[in-house]
Design a protein around this ligand. Structure first.
Ligand code: SF4
Length: 347
């Protein structure tokens, strides 16, 4: 579905030309005529998901209600711009609870979730905790525990070291859960014990890679159980689906996001595998390597689930300063999911 959104920027002033009296901007109009045309297609949905939106709201509301500082364990979401914005408002980011001095201030767990040992440690330290774990990550935790209680050894499909994986592995005792990252891992995996097997997945994986890993596990272990509903979340699914449709028709694809954002990195891979020869992860407009975009006439833009729309706008403006752009939106799904903040923050 294509929705025209044509707008034009004055390259000299870098503001939308609709805001200018073009009659007084002749010089730039002449320059604009010389710029190469660039058709930008915005993938939709893109950017913030309900889990990220909730996590940021939790920090902001905690700052409003309790005043600074509020402590946040790990980057609340994987985006430097968001983290810096919250830091300026009074959020203090730490990697471990031990870094936090004795305090009554709220301690917030990030959207990626934490191992069970972390809330237990916070309780020992008498901390006031607000949990910003995305409810869709918590759902995977609950499922892993349920399947384990039923006697299954759990296979977690995910990326080693990602905080969500650390949190999900940490829902179960050592030895009760094994990590499988690749198809090769799935081929080599040897179950422990005589009980059944079940798998859960990280929420932000490539749908296609994960399907291949699951196919190998299912072929090797036909009785392997899984959760009733797909663990890869709606936001990951929708953003990848939009990129799959746009990528084959553009010369380049910009994914706005951070290198430590799993879902953003997957969008780059999905774009490449869907036939886009030039997929680039970009954090800010200032980071763009313009040599990657020389001679292009069409560009797709998407954003990972932790990248705010303001960064997409910044990047469009940067292209508008160099090309005569027209912008359309390619919509593959509408999202209306909202997650409530914890009860303590609702008033
Ligand atoms: S990407 Fe999915 S799992 Fe992660 S915070 Fe967003 S909705 Fe939740």
């Amino acid at each position: 579905m294509l929705r025209p959104l044509r707008f034009q920027y004055c390259p000299g002033l870098r503001i939308p030309a609709t805001a200018l009296d073009m009659g007084s901007c002749t010089k730039h109009q002449i320059f604009m005529k010389k710029m190469n045309a660039l058709k930008i297609t915005l993938c939709s949905p893109r950017g913030f998901c309900a889990g990220v939106d909730r996590a940021i709201q939790i920090v902001e509301r905690a700052l409003e209600k309790y005043g600074p500082p509020v402590y946040v364990r790990h980057e609340i979401v994987h985006n430097r711009f968001v983290v810096e914005g919250l830091r300026k408002k009074g959020a203090v980011f730490v990697e471990e609870l031990a870094e936090i001095p004795p305090t009554d201030a709220p301690v917030i767990f990030s959207a990626h979730g934490v191992a069970r040992s972390v809330p237990a440690d916070a309780q020992k330290r008498n901390m006031f905790v607000l949990d910003a774990t995305c409810p869709l990550v918590s759902k995977v935790h609950v499922e892993a525990q349920r399947l384990s209680r039923q006697g299954h050894h759990i296979v977690l499909i995910g990326h080693k070291g990602h905080p969500e994986v650390v949190g999900t592995m940490g829902q179960l005792p050592d030895g009760a859960i094994s990590l499988v990252e690749t198809e090769e891992d799935a081929r080599r995996f040897l179950p422990r014990g005589d009980g059944g097997l079940a798998f859960v997945t990280q929420t932000t994986l490539s749908l296609d890679d994960t399907a291949r890993i699951i196919a190998i596990l299912t072929e090797r272990f036909p009785d392997i159980r899984s959760t009733p509903k797909e663990d890869i979340c709606y936001a990951t699914t929708n953003r990848q689906a939009a990129v799959k449709e746009v990528a084959p028709g553009v010369d380049a694809m910009v994914v706005v996001g951070a290198p430590n954002s799993s879902n953003s990195m997957r969008l780059v891979e999905v774009a490449e595998r869907s036939g886009c020869p030039n997929a680039v992860l970009v954090q800010r407009a200032a980071d763009i390597d313009w040599s990657r975009f020389e001679g292009i006439t069409s560009l797709g833009i998407t954003a990972g689930a932790s990248a705010p729309e303001t960064l997409v706008e910044e990047i469009i403006a940067a292209f508008a300063a160099r090309f005569d752009i027209s912008v359309t939106s390619h919509v593959t799904a509408r999202e209306n999911i909202v997650f409530n903040v914890p009860r303590e923050l609702r008033t």
